[in-house]
Design a protein around this ligand. Sequence first.
Ligand code: DX5
Ligand code: ZN
Length: 223
Amino acid sequence: MVAMQISPSILSADFANLQAQIEAVSNADWVHVDVMDNHFVPNLTIGVPVVESLAKISPLPLDCHLMIDNPDLWAPKYAEIGANSVTFHVEAAANPAMCIKDIKAAGARAGMALKPNTDIEDYIDLLPQLDMLLVMTVEPGFGGQAFMADMMPKVRRVRELVGDGPNAVWIQVDGGVSADTIEQCAQAGADVFVAGSAVFAVSEPAAMVDQLRSLAVTACAHP
Ligand code: DX5
Ligand code: ZN
């Protein structure tokens, strides 16, 4: 397993000042960009033009989480415009294997996300192709929701399936991750942590990023 990585979600940031907000968490490993289309989820955020602009100015690599219909068409486009990691929802994909291939061919790391009710057992054959598997710990669509601790067995199961060697598939958790909940995620086997409200709702976001990372590292050392 690689080091514990923190990916602050700008969904909870000030959308009128995204450059400054990203610079405020420049000690993070990634910046998590939630793309929502008001079809796959009942909320609407940003799309290709804004993400393309962010890719040009961000000091951090972009971790794009696509909560959209038709990722087969759109996911590779986000890779082409500069996203370093592109994660699509398997529930929305017509051909997930092809989607993974297309994201990689366009030059990004390929991630696949599972909603809380989606079972990993149905997608085990896709794991070897993936760079990252995202286990949602809330229903996708909104920031600030309560963490679903009952997703931890799914995280454990995925870690069991992918192993923990240096090239193992990364396991991301997203939703309700905070100083109160990150340790159980790390103990279950997650190594990439998305946090929106926990980071951007406090007065010192960078200090929170460091605190979250150190809680994850310590928890992982004592499973
Ligand atoms: C929810 C998004 C998350 C969201 C998390 O659908 O995918 O990335 O920003 O927000 P918090 O950390 O506040 O739950
Ligand atoms: Zn997200």
